[in-house]
Design a protein around this ligand. Sequence first.
Ligand code: CP
Ligand code: NVA
Length: 309
Amino acid sequence: MKRDLLSPKDFSPEEIEGIFSLAAELKAKQKQGLSHTFLLGKTLAMIFEKPSLRTRVTFEAGMTQLGGHAIYLAPADIRLGERETVQDGARNLERWVEGIVARTFRHEMVERLAQYAGIPVINGLTDRHHPCQIFSDLFTILEKRERLQGLKVAFIGDGNNVCNSWLEGAALMGMHFVAACPKGYEPDAEALAWAEEYAGLSGARLEVVYDPRQTTEGADVLYTDVWTSMGQEEERTRRLRDFQGFQVNRSLVERAKPDVLVMHCLPVHRGEEITDEVMDGSRSVVFDQAENRLHVQKAILVKLLGGNT
Ligand code: CP
Ligand code: NVA
């Protein structure tokens, strides 16, 4: 039975821990130059409706390092749902390749691809979720702090795809997650409801507040993301106004724990959601996060495309 990864809750906490162990093993092997060709001869199709640096390069390099191959399909190449139906596209792809990564506007697009394709579909970001990012972020925190349970993550900014996936990820791993968003920019109600219900099992604590200064006390992680996500460019002027006061800057960082980790999924709009000083400062781990996209996604690929996991 094939498995998909459309949002973090598609994996159990035990499976996520398994991904992290494998990611650590693959990271060590890669650093030592040891062969780890677990996906020899396998092919990944990568459908992108939006631009990407990190997701594209890490999946593509990851497949190469695993002994497989990735095919990048740019927005103009296939136009799923326009040139042919999603169903027909999926039914072609499943005959040729072992897996699909898709970055789409509508989340329903990856759901439909997963429904019709008999091969694993991995969400490489939709308007609603970004699971590979959050798994890489959790792995980065685990590397730095050696645990996740009980740690406090303060997310300052837009209740967007990254925030929604963080809610699920934090709930799964029993963390304390506080999102501070301007009114009208709260996270997705469905992601929040699922996370709140799961928190009852995992011991997680989840909050949505409207003042960033309410989040920082005892925070182990300060996380932010762009105020204007891909596809929202025409809202930029309004968003720049509405997010005033939500910048991660020195005065906010000084309110958190002295050893707080500052995180950002990138790309960054410097001088908007975060200052240069904090982005490039000693607490920032943003490039470790970006590196770990490679190792964690390789582990996800091995789990989903490897055949015997
Ligand atoms: N963080 C992230 O997904 O980056 P890209 O948009 O460059 O892939
Ligand atoms: N929220 C951002 C994340 C980019 C990785 C966006 O969707 O553009």
